[in-house]
Design a protein around this ligand. Sequence first.
Ligand code: ATP
Length: 238
Amino acid sequence: MSVTLQLKEMSLSLNDVEILQPISATLQAGRLHAITGPNGAGKSSFLKCLLGLMPHKGQIKRHWPDKNKGVAYVPQQLAFEPSLPITIDEYLTTTLTSRALFFKRASNIRAQVEGLLERVGLEGKKHLRLGQLSGGERQRLMFAQALGQKRHLWCVDEPMTGLDVTAQALITQELLALRTEGVTLLVVHHDPDWVSDYADEVWSINGGLAGHQVNLHAMSTVRRKTSNVMRCDQEEVA
Ligand SMILES: Nc1ncnc2c1ncn2[C@@H]1O[C@H](COP(=O)(O)OP(=O)(O)OP(=O)(O)O)[C@@H](O)[C@H]1O
């Protein structure tokens, strides 16, 4: 198992308030690291430090070969301005290509967008504006944009918020598939059952790293649960 990220005494203070005490830890490729902890404990801030969105102190050492394939981010529930004049289709296209939208879109990009929408169950919604999406649909879209990025490390902040049972199963399967591909996953999650079933490691954050546990039980349950999920999906389709 190769090391993806090493944190050495990484800490965060905002406006002279200490949000995270120094954290030293290692993240590994092909592992799902769950982040748990009470509200306001610093979980989202922890992810934002890794993403470079917050001004940490200490060291974050990245160990991946392709520097352009950095980090994918699925933020905690977002709201979009309803009048924002951009459709789902246009939004996903901009995340996949640097070409301006008024140029004719390459057919491979169109196909990629279609494929991503299908993977998150948003097929048929591509002409809606961002502000017209429901909470669960916004969450699916955020997941789709991350899937299009092909990143080494995924920072996922409470991905199941607002999702129905089918969407939760779908997102869980996508996360497990990424892990199998060797992606390093950091997932903030409040559901202890999900964490105990799927996480390889559980990091408890409470103003710093309050606890760390390797979960030996995860792999055997994953096989049982995913086969249940697939059976449940098939029953719904039938
Ligand atoms: N810009 C800021 N200035 C000062 N304090 C901040 C700032 N941003 C966040 N905080 C505080 O940092 C703490 C950690 O916030 P964070 O969003 O990381 O918590 P969390 O563990 O993700 O919480 P939740 O489970 O409720 O989403 C909170 O007390 C929050 O009020």
